[in-house]
Design a protein around this ligand. Structure first.
Ligand SMILES: NC(=O)c1ccc[n+]([C@@H]2O[C@H](COP(=O)([O-])OP(=O)(O)OC[C@H]3O[C@@H](n4cnc5c(N)ncnc54)[C@H](OP(=O)(O)O)[C@@H]3O)[C@@H](O)[C@H]2O)c1
Length: 249
């Protein structure tokens, strides 16, 4: 497959970085978006050194995706690149847990801004620059279909994101553009560990029939497969170590 050009948000996080690494290793060209771009210094250096050996080209763009102006600026940068876009991989997300009786409007709007409105509006502004055969991939969560206490805003925002990906598959299929979601279960990243003890992590591991939580690269490998499989669209693919199927003890 010849190198393709992808915009990746959440590239500085656990799942995003693992995805970025896989795509760069096979020579794709990436526009990586995040706030803490210094977390990608090593990959940027490697990209500069190794382009001649077929390693991909990495461009980094700092953007707070909660900010409308920053999103507009990002869309301009993405549109400028030569040859259009072969895909948008929206991995950025926030999951601030809050019991339902403490939920306030600002919290719900904040979660929806990053997890739903930002991908919708960003993709809408990029549609004119999508190449034939491009793919729009959104990282959702198993919590979209199986909420837990405290996840009301997050679960609803991810369910809306999955629904959006189905609408995009229907509306853009005529242009040979695909759209889909990937719904991971519990994955070992900063998001999962924040505010959690080792005991919590052991409990999470016990929820999977495999007795463990996932590794970021196990999600990244599915993302890359979904970017490549030209017959895959309009679906949400779960990758959760069997947790949705049921508890093993
Ligand atoms: N880990 C899990 O168990 C799990 C399970 C299911 C689904 N997910 C989903 O997987 C995706 C990736 O999460 P992760 O587990 O890899 O967590 P992570 O390591 O905490 O990464 C979160 C990413 O989101 C970006 N982000 C957060 N707020 C942002 C903002 N305002 N503007 C721009 N970027 C922002 C962060 O970038 P900066 O910090 O650089 O801004 C970072 O790259 C999320 O959508 C999450 O909901 C995770």
């Amino acid at each position: 497959m010849s190198p393709r050009r992808f915009l990746i948000t959440g590239a500085t996080g656990g799942i995003g970085r693992a995805t970025l690494q896989r795509l760069l290793e096979r020579g794709d060209e990436i526009l990586a978006v995040g706030r803490g771009l210094e977390k990608l210094d090593d990959l940027a250096e490697r990209s500069e050194r190794a382009e001649a050996e077929g390693y991909g080209r990495l461009a980094r763009h700092r953007a707070d995706l909660m900010d409308e102006g920053a999103r507009a600026q990002l869309a301009q940068v993405a549109a400028k690149g030569s040859g259009g876009l072969d895909g948008v991989v929206y991995i950025a997300g926030r999951n601030d847990r809050m019991p339902f009786d403490e939920l306030d409007e600002a919290h719900v709007r904040g979660v929806f801004e990053l997890n739903f409105f930002a991908p919708l509006l960003l993709v809408r502004s990029l549609v004119p620059y999508l190449n034939e055969g491009a793919v729009l991939l959104f990282v959702s969560s198993t919590l979209a279909s199986k909420p837990v206490p405290g996840s009301a805003a997050y679960s609803a925002s991810k369910a809306a994101l999955e629904s959006l990906s189905r609408s995009l598959a229907i509306e853009l299929g005529g242009r040979k553009v695909r759209a889909l979601s990937i719904a991971p279960g519990l994955v070992d990243t900063a998001m999962l560990r924040e505010g959690r003890s080792e005991n919590d992590l052991e409990f999470f591991a016990s929820l999977s029939p495999l007795g463990r939580i996932g590794e970021p690269d196990e999600i990244a490998s599915l993302i890359v497969h979904a970017l490549d499989n030209a017959f895959l669209t309009g679906v949400t693919i779960t990758v959760d170590g069997g947790s949705l199927t049921g508890m093993s003890r």
